[in-house]
Design a protein around this ligand. Structure first.
Ligand code: ACO
Length: 322
C-alpha cells in the first residue's frame, strides 16, 4: 500500500514586539516608502531578550499538536530548521523534544538557511514514505534580528523573527506529492553569516552578521524559483492551472510576484505574510502555510506549491495535496 505524508496540524508564533519601517529609518538612511516599494515589507516582529529559537519553536509546535489532536508522545521524529540555534549543541530539536516532554523520539536540526523548512519536509517525507516514521514534527524557528547588522540598510530592513510548525502523519491518501531540493555552494560569497567562534586567523575580524549582495541574490532567486516551478510540474505531470495556492518563501514581494507570473496565478492565490513579518528565514513558509490553513483559505483537497530559496545557495519546492 502506498504511504503519503499528510498535514494534520500547523502552528505559528510571532514575538510581541513589532519594529516598523519608520523605526528602522531612525537607525539607517532609509524610508518606509523605499522599503515597502522595493520589498513589500512594513513591519517585522523582534524576539524579546529572553526568547530563543527553542522557546519560540515550543509555542508553534504546541499549536500544531493541538490542531492535530494528538499527544506529543506520539511523535516519532522532530526536525528543526534554524540558522539561529540556542546552542551549538545539543540541537534545538533536542531542546524542543525536552520542552515537549517527549522521551523516546529522534530529534535533529538541519541548516539550509531560508530553504530549511522545505529541506525538512523532503527529509520527513522520505522517513514517512519508507515506513521509518509515522508522525513527524517540523519546525522552522529563527531569531534573525540577532544576526542582523542594524547599521546595514541593505539587510536590516528585510529580516524578522518567528517560528512555524507543521505536523505530518502517514496516510493512504495524498499528501505530499513530491519534494525537490537543490544546493550549490558556489555562491557562498553572495549571502553568508560568519561564525566568529569557528573563525580561522584569516577571517577572525569578520563579524557574525548577515552579509548579502542583495541585487545579485535577487536575480538568482527569480531565475532559480522559475526553474523549480517547471521541475515540480513536470515531475507530477501537472499543468499550472492544477495548482490552487502558491506558498512562497517570504523574502521580497517582487520575487514572489515573478513566481506567481510564471505560474500564471493571480496574487489572490498566493499566501503573502511578508508585509507584517519580513523574512523569517526557515520559519517563513511554515508561518504562511499556517496562516493559509487557519484562515480557511486553503481547504482539504487543494493543491499547494511551497517554494523557497536561501543562502548556500539552497532552493526547493514541495507539492502537496492538503
Ligand atoms: N533604503 C534606501 N536605499 C537603499 C536601501 C535602503 N534600505 N538599500 C539599498 N539602497 C540603495 C542602494 O544603496 C542603491 O543605491 P545606488 O543606486 O545609489 O547605488 C539602490 O538603493 C539600489 O540598490 P539595490 O541593492 O540594487 O536594490 P534592490 O532593488 O536590489 O533591493 C533588496 C535591495 C531589497 C535587498 C533586494 O535586492 C532583495 O530583496 N534581495 C533578495 C533578498 C533575498 O531573497 N535573500 C534570500 C533569502 S535570505 C536567506 O537565505 C538568509
Amino acid at each position: 500500500m502506498k504511504r503519503f505524508s499528510k498535514i494534520i496540524g500547523t502552528g505559528g508564533y510571532l514575538p510581541e514586539t513589532i519594529r516598523t519601517n519608520d523605526d528602522i529609518s531612525k537607525l539607517v538612511d532609509t524610508s518606509d516608502g523605499w522599503i515597502f516599494e522595493r520589498t513589500g515589507i512594513r513591519n517585522r516582529h523582534i524576539a524579546a531578550a529572553d526568547e530563543t529559537s527553542a522557546s519560540m519553536a515550543e509555542i508553534a509546535a504546541k499549536k500544531a499538536i493541538e490542531m492535530a489532536g494528538i499527544e506529543a508522545g506520539e511523535i516519532d521524529l522532530i526536525i528543526v530548521a534554524t540558522g539561529t540555534p540556542d546552542r551549538v549543541y545539543p540541537s534545538t530539536a533536542c531542546l524542543l523534544q525536552q520542552r515537549l516532554g517527549i522521551q523516546n523520539c529522534v530529534a535533529f536540526d538541519i541548516q539550509a538557511a531560508c530553504s530549511g523548512a522545505i529541506f525538512a519536509m523532503s527529509i520527513a517525507d522520505q522517513y514517512i514514505k519508507n515506513g521509518a516514521a509515522d508522525k513527524v514534527l517540523i519546525v522552522g524557528s529563527e531569531i534573525c534580528s540577532r544576526l542582523v547588522d542594524w547599521n546595514d540598510r541593505g539587510t536590516c530592513i528585510l529580516f524578522g523573527d518567528g517560528a512555524g510548525a507543521v505536523l505530518l502523519d502517514s496516510s493512504e491518501e495524498a499528501g505530499i506529492l513530491s519534494t525537490h531540493i537543490h544546493s550549490d555552494g558556489e555562491y557562498e560569497n553572495l549571502l553568508y553569516c560568519p561564525n566568529p567562534q569557528a573563525a580561522t586567523d584569516k577571517n577572525q575580524a569578520e563579524k557574525g552578521v548577515i552579509t548579502m549582495r542583495g541585487n545579485e541574490v535577487f536575480k538568482m532567486a527569480v531565475n532559480t524559483l522559475g526553474r523549480i516551478v517547471d521541475e515540480t510540474l513536470t515531475a507530477n505531470n501537472m499543468e499550472k492551472t492544477d495548482i490552487d495556492w502558491l506558498i512562497p518563501h517570504q523574502a521580497n514581494t517582487r520575487i514572489i510576484a515573478a513566481t506567481a507570473r510564471k505560474l500564471k496565478m493571480s496574487m489572490d492565490q498566493v499566501i503573502v505574510t511578508l508585509e507584517n513579518q519580513g523574512n523569517t528565514s526557515s520559519a517563513s513558509v511554515l508561518l504562511a502555510l499556517n496562516e493559509g490553513i487557519r484562515s480557511h483559505q486553503i481547504q482539504r483537497g487543494h493543491v499547494i506549491l511551497l517554494e523557497a530559496f536561501g543562502a548556500g545557495f539552497t532552493w526547493g519546492s514541495a507539492l502537496i495535496k492538503y
